[in-house]
Design a protein around this ligand. Structure first.
Ligand code: AMP
Length: 280
């Protein structure tokens, strides 16, 4: 049975009767196959699964799509029920950021944020770190599940649990894609079928760079440039970055590496910002 929890008091009751291990999947809702894979991983590993649905205002900067962010609670709850999720937590803003105690915004290290998505989304990683810390404190799960699609976010979360000695194991789950290769994202709902087709070029460009490195045609950074050239034939795809970053710490890849790194990309397709990455 799936229980819907809307308040902090109710979550305390739920935690008191929950069998451990507890698995936790934090989301902003508008659930899709990517979220579903995280929930399935938790169901497989843990006795009790909590899914939170909370569109976190702190990770949106003014002018970003907080108001427009897709919300579909009814459909989300249905999915959670079908998957056998024990608890769906839909907190109010006041539960997460109580107005009587000013929220301390977490600042992850600039070595993780002053690059890639952090350059264009100043509030994003502090907002994510702040909400995830709060949720992990409330639920105190044994495991929490995150997608590799948001790779930079995953590094920030790993930093967070280490920095604050949060006793939760972080599990990273592989990217789930639509049939045409486009990484599943709540924001894909903004795309019409033509734009979706075009967006499949994002993954094509990542695969191309990987192929170019693996076949020895180009070094890691040259291959990234070649993919940028490839994408330039699609003027509706505005690339924000396409970079090779090391697996260890997301540092720039400056050597002739042929493995142990990721290509990461962010683009804008009209108003819709999409990210993706591939492991090399
Ligand atoms: P969001 O609701 O966008 O905040 O995402 C919630 C979680 O789902 C995050 O850990 C994401 O990394 C993960 N996620 C989103 N899209 C995908 C995907 N295509 N494949 C795997 N995980 C994903």
């Amino acid at each position: 049975m799936t229980t819907l929890i809307k308040s902090l008091n109710d979550i305390k009751d739920a935690l008191n009767v929950s069998k451990r291990e507890i698995g936790f999947v934090p989301t902003m809702g508008a659930l899709h196959a990517g979220h579903i894979s995280l929930i399935k991983a938790s169901k497989q590993e843990c006795k009790t699964t909590f899914v939170s649905i909370f569109v976190n205002p702190k990770q949106f900067s003014p002018g970003e799509d907080f108001d427009k962010y897709p919300r579909d609670l009814e459909a989300d709850i249905k999915i959670c029920k079908e998957l056998g999720v024990e608890y769906v937590f839909t907190p109010e803003i006041e539960d997460i950021y109580p107005s009587e105690t000013p929220t301390k915004i977490i600042s992850p290290p600039t070595s993780l944020t002053e690059m890639l998505c952090g350059l264009s989304r100043k509030d994003f990683f502090p907002g994510v770190a702040t909400v995830v810390k709060r949720l992990l404190e409330i639920i105190a799960p044994d495991y929490a599940y995150f997608g590799e699609k948001d790779l930079q976010q995953l590094y920030v979360i790993r930093w967070l649990v280490k920095e604050y000695k949060i006793p939760t194991f972080i599990r990273a789950c592989p990217i789930v894609r639509e049939k045409n290769g486009l990484a599943c994202s709540s924001r894909n709902r903004y795309l019409n079928s033509e734009k979706k087709e075009l967006a499949s070029q994002i993954y094509e460009s990542l695969k191309m760079a990987k192929r170019d490195v693996k076949s020895g045609i180009f070094t890691a950074n040259k291959a990234a440039l070649e993919s940028l050239v490839y994408l330039s034939q699609f003027p509706d795809i505005k690339v924000e970055y396409f970079e090779a970053r090391s697996k260890e710490n997301l540092e720039k890849v400056i050597d002739n590496r042929t493995k142990g790194f990721h290509y990461l990309i962010a683009v804008k397709l009209g108003d819709v910002r999409l990210i993706d990455n591939i492991e090399v």
